[in-house]
Ligand binder design. Structure first.
Ligand code: C2E
Ligand code: MG
Ligand code: MG
Ligand code: MG
Length: 279
């Protein structure tokens, strides 16, 4: 009986694997058409500086699927990477974000990059050209990279990052504190900014060890001359804790969820209130 049930569960497992794969493939296929069917858009989440009055937003992509509704980027970005669509999606994101950004001359903009974009020939050429066409200087852009595909072992991506930094773009290490390679990443590239993952921030106030980890991360960032953004500021009490640990920028639902492009100027026109919240 045990042999039989073993076989049955193996079959069930195979079936569910196959089902998952076909769901993945369906998603990949639908994503191919999402561009022309206007299902993609960019939203923008404010980032607040606690050291000066600079104003910034992070561009985040959204996909509204006709049947599935909003598909989170944590599922469709990996789908795009698997199916060979990431470079095209990445270019669409940059075009759209820079077109919006051209209307916001006083802001800074953060754009997330997939490691696959950095490995792609001609990425820096494309980015420079897009900046030129939209009248954006590289200094106003932060390029956020993650350690997910281990950039440190990827010479090509590192060369591209170095070139981009030389050209004036600023480079941020996203999701800092989540991967195995966090610490060695700090040695392998001169990042301008570290973004502390929200998992490092959310337990502050409940768990003394969280404060220790946060402070160690900030100390490390400071030693290499990088700014530190605390992500996931979802409640007021996290502001004091992250500020006193030395974070230079704060981002999270407490200030604002990601907003539509049209809402960005109004949001910062009311920035006095928001600065009062930061203070
Ligand atoms: P990320 O770059 O670390 O972006 C931060 C994510 O945390 C966003 O989720 C944002 O909406 C969410 N977030 C911000 N503040 C809070 C908070 O206070 N509480 C909680 N619970 N969440 C908060 P989103 O937009 O779903 O993006 C998830 C990830 O997908 C991003 O993480 C990034 O890795 C990727 N992604 C999103 N947009 C793009 C893009 O345009 N290009 C690429 N390559 N990746 C993207
Ligand atoms: Mg990011
Ligand atoms: Mg992040
Ligand atoms: Mg993150």
């Amino acid at each position: 009986a045990s042999k039989k049930s073993g076989r049955n569960s193996a079959t069930a497992f195979d079936q569910s694997m196959a089902q998952e794969r076909s769901v993945d493939r369906a998603l990949e296929k639908d994503l191919e058409f999402a561009f022309e069917r206007n299902q993609l858009r960019m939203v923008y989440q404010p980032i607040h500086s606690v050291i000066d009055d600079s104003q910034e937003v992070e561009a985040l992509v959204r996909w509204r699927h006709p049947e599935l509704g909003d598909v989170p980027p944590s599922s469709f970005i990996p789908a795009a990477e698997r199916s060979g669509l990431m470079v095209r999606l990445g270019e669409w994101i940059i075009e759209r974000a820079l077109a919006d950004f051209a209307h916001w001359p006083d802001l800074h903009l953060s754009i997330n990059l997939s490691p696959l974009q950095l490995q792609h020939d001609g990425f820096s050429g494309f980015l420079l050209d897009a900046c030129k066409r939209h009248g954006v200087t590289p200094h106003r852009l932060f390029l956020e990279v993650t350690e997910s595909l281990s950039i440190e072992r990827n010479t090509r991506a590192l060369l591209t990052l170095n070139l981009l930094r030389t050209l004036g773009f600023r480079i941020a290490l996203d999701d800092f504190g989540t991967g195995y390679s966090s610490l060695s990443m700090v040695k392998s590239f001169k990042f301008d900014r570290m973004k502390l993952d929200r998992s490092l921030v959310m337990d502050l106030g409940q768990d003394p060890a969280s404060v220790a980890v946060l402070e160690a991360a900030v100390t490390m960032a400071r030693h290499v001359g990088a700014e530190v953004v605390a992500e996931g500021i979802s409640e007021a009490h996290l502001i004091g804790a992250t500020k006193s640990a030395g974070c230079t920028h704060l981002q999270g639902y407490y200030y604002s969820k990601p907003i539509e492009a049209g809402e960005v100027p109004g949001y910062f026109a009311n920035a006095q209130d928001d600065l009062a919240k930061v203070a």
